[in-house]
Design a protein around this ligand. Structure first.
Ligand code: PLP
Length: 446
């Protein structure tokens, strides 16, 4: 194997590696890119070509690849403790991370339960909710409510609260029945309606369901402010306020899945801050470790914690994963939080965000663009494509042409979105906007 120019890596990968979220046969035409290294917002291949990682490598990378601060923290941690089990033992990185995250909620969510990936965090929140109701004597409360077009992960429990037919189709019989309520997606606004009007209508739909069924419902799960996998469907923060009120009124838990929208992505550290609410469970993953290592957690309230606190083993939350609270992952997360603090990231992102919005402004009046929208560090717009055959292949064609323009972008259906890491220079921001528009115009004119 020639390590410096592995010309056969694509072929070998396609033979032996089953790639995620991929119809493997499409790789007969869609490029597979072997990555040699990453630096800042860029990924480099073996032919000296580079790609601006404008979707933060599936929404995880916060401060660029090979970030010097996170690299140094991990090297230091590696020589101290790579891993220890978290049952019966504890360690400094997991303690400090829990304390700091709790402080960011004003200690409203003071207890952190750890896992490795996002879907596991969803599973934990669902199980904790049902088990908490069970422990306080409400044994009928074991159903869940999710939003239309919601996405909360792809393990069986998480898939049950995921309303994406393509992902569910083959597994329907294995999934627990879930109530699906109206989405507050602001794109549904009718003539003269605001996003807040749509949100109120959606909340009314939830109220109607809870009115009838709350005796059997454990929790409502919501992705606050932006339903990312639904194609960056954005909603008015009033929706979260109303859902919080309804959950209190009907005695149902609120689970906020901030796996994608947490970590400053929507402009505040937690998306829920923009509605001045706290959920009963808050799920974090993706960017929490800076995009370095698998880490997820569920934060919850004192009252939930107390529902499990008892001398009986079976009343405890006995869920576990082998790598729960891995010290390396927690250390990467601590350094990520330190960067947020010390480099005034949320304020800097306001400037970066304004610059990118201005640079993308030609799209707002483009005749093939609908619903140009932005929340914090997420930009999205929908391509108007009349030919259904062209629409079907839009995402794949866009991805391929973007690569030719040194750009990593993967549209969701006909929605083009940008979710860049929080480290772009002015030149990179301007270049990103130019390339995005050039690629879009090329794809749309095919
Ligand atoms: C990515 C994602 C998940 C699942 O996380 P994985 O680490 O991919 O299992 C769950 N919820 C939301 C909102 C996500 O974006």
């Amino acid at each position: 194997m020639n390590a410096s120019n592995p010309s056969d890596w694509i072929e070998r990968s396609l033979k032996s590696v089953w790639h995620p979220c991929t119809q493997m046969q499409h790789h007969e035409t869609v490029p597979l890119v072997p990555v040699a290294r990453g630096q800042g917002a860029w990924l480099y291949d073996f032919d000296g070509k580079r790609y601006l990682d404008a979707i933060s490598s599936w929404w995880v990378n916060m401060f660029g690849h090979a970030n010097p601060r996170i690299n140094a923290a991990l090297k230091d941690q590696l020589d101290k403790l790579e891993h220890a089990m978290l049952a019966g033992f504890t360690h400094e990185p997991v303690i400090r991370l829990s304390e700091q995250l709790s402080a960011r909620t004003g200690h409203a969510l003071g207890h952190c339960f750890y896992a490795s990936d996002g879907a596991s965090a969803t599973e934990i929140a669902l199980k904790m909710s049902v088990h908490a109701w069970h422990n306080i004597g409400h044994r009928n409360k074991r159903e869940f409510v999710c939003l239309k077009n919601s996405y909360h992960g792809e393990t069986l429990g998480a898939l049950a609260v995921t309303d994406v037919p393509l992902f569910r189709e083959a597994y329907g019989a294995l999934l627990q029945q879930t109530h699906v309520v109206a989405t507050p997606d602001a794109r549904q606004a009718e003539q003269g309606e605001t996003g807040a009007d749509v949100a109120r209508r959606a909340a009314q739909d939830l109220d109607t369901l809870l009115e009838k069924r709350s005796g059997h419902i454990a929790a409502v799960i919501v992705e606050p402010l932006v339903q990312c996998a639904a194609g960056m469907a954005m909603h008015d923060p009033i929706y979260l306020k109303l859902v919080r009120e309804l959950c209190d009124k009907h005695q149902v838990h609120l689970i906020a899945d901030e796996i994608a929208v947490g970590n400053g992505r929507t402009g505040t550290f937690f998306a829920c801050e923009q509605a001045s609410i706290w959920p009963d469970f808050l799920c974090l993953s993706k960017g929490i470790s800076g995009g370095y290592l698998p880490l997820s957690l569920v934060m919850t309230r004192e009252a939930i914690y107390q529902a499990f606190y008892h001398r009986e083993v079976s009343r405890g939350f006995l869920h576990s994963h082998s790598y729960t609270g891995n010290p390396l992952a927690c250390r990467a997360a601590l350094e990520t939080l330190a960067i947020f603090e010390e480099e005034d990231v949320l304020n800097c992102n306001r400037e970066r965000g304004a610059r990118l919005t201005a640079a993308l402004s030609p799209l707002t009046t483009h005749d093939k663009v609908k619903h140009f929208r932005r929340r914090g560090m997420i930009w999205a717009f929908d391509a108007v494509i009349d030919d259904p055959e062209q629409a079907k292949t839009f995402s794949r064609r866009f991805f391929g042409i973007a690569l030719e323009h040194e750009l990593l972008l993967r549209p969701i259906g006909n929605t083009v979105y940008l979710m860049p890491p929080y480290c772009l220079s002015d030149e990179e921001i301007d270049g990103l906007a130019e390339r995005t528009m050039a690629v879009f115009n090329k794809v749309i004119s095919q």
